[in-house]
Design a protein around this ligand. Structure first.
Ligand code: RIB
Length: 306
């Protein structure tokens, strides 16, 4: 096994993606225009993004010993991702996400976590050597928080950076936030974490500073087509505009952002430089179908940046 740069405490889902013209009302049946079964899970998506950006990636994950779990293992092997710490469990189902994609490329997702729900602190303990020798550890809120806290604690002891994509949004303890170097919410997650209603007319700056005051070192807000903004205590916010692309679907754009940021930080880019790579990779990611369809390699992102 070559040295691991980036570790992901990862969720794995198979995505069942139907394309429909508009959101479906309760009790209504609507014909889908297109259907695909594709790889997903916020953690796995971010791990694949980091691997495609040239990082050596290791996973801490759980899958069921079923067809969907096998698809995850096949994907990770094909992407060169280390699966030493992926547990395959007899009698448990792998995670599944049912996704509706609308005409404008936006989506709604229902996730059944399956085997991912069994991730715990002991899985991070078992991967201590990998966590202690890597450069960046990342997670999302699709994995149980006890596993993330333990992984981040080990990472901090050895000086690795920690990235948290707080999706799906849920309250975060101060214990966890203190262990996060870069928190990467989208606008609605930022509002939820700051204790505001989703569309409350509060400036993003104010909400980001509320989180900074709770000990996170940096808040990097993804703004969809509008780009992203970085907030650090005592510094002027740093904004990058979005890049113009034609949107097919937005599944996994946030995960691509996180994984690309992790890979760039692992190879020594400063946070503002890594943010440029992440912003460009996330823009490209929405030009293809499904979470991985538009997820490009480092050369393609580099070409766009030039
Ligand atoms: O962020 C997109 C992902 O969220 C999908 O791949 C789906 O599996 C859900 O986890």
């Amino acid at each position: 096994m070559s040295a691991i740069d980036v570790v992901c405490v990862a969720s794995w889902n198979v995505d069942l993606v139907s394309r429909v013209a508009r959101p479906i009302a309760r009790g209504e049946t609507l014909s889908a225009i297109h259907f695909d079964i594709s790889p997903g899970g916020k953690g796995s998506n971010a791990a694949v993004a980091a691997a495609r950006q040239g990082a050596q990636v290791g996973l801490i994950a759980r899958v069921g010993r079923d067809d969907f779990g096998r698809q995850g293992l096949d994907l990770w092997h094909a992407e060169g991702i280390d699966t030493t710490h992926v547990e395959e469990i007899e009698g448990e189902r792998s995670g599944v996400a049912q996704i509706l994609v609308y005409d404008d490329g936006d989506n709604s997702i229902a996730v059944f976590s399956g085997a991912t729900a069994g991730l715990a602190a002991r899985h991070a303990h078992a991967a201590r050597a990998m966590l202690a020798s890597c450069r960046v550890v990342m997670a999302s809120c699709e994995v149980p928080v006890t596993a993330t806290i333990e992984a981040f604690r080990i990472a901090h002891e050895s000086g690795a950076l920690t990235l948290l994509n707080p999706a799906p949004a849920q309250p975060l303890s101060d214990e966890l936030l203190r262990l996060v170097d870069v928190l990467i919410p989208n606008e609605s997650e930022l509002h939820a974490l700051a204790g505001l209603a989703p569309n409350a007319p509060v400036a993003i700056d104010a909400a980001a500073h509320t989180l900074l005051a709770r000990s996170t070192k940096a808040v990097l807000v993804t703004l969809g087509a509008a780009g992203c903004s970085l907030y650090r205590r005592g510094e002027t916010p740093h904004h990058l505009p979005g890049l113009r692309v034609s949107v097919v679907d937005t599944i996994g754009a946030g995960d691509t952002f996180t994984g690309t940021l992790a890979a760039a930080l692992a190879r020594g880019e400063p946070l503002t430089g890594a943010m440029r790579w992440a912003n460009a990779a996330a823009a490209l990611s929405v030009t293809g179908r499904g979470a991985l369809g538009g997820m490009t390699r480092r050369e393609d992102v580099g070409a766009l940046l030039r």
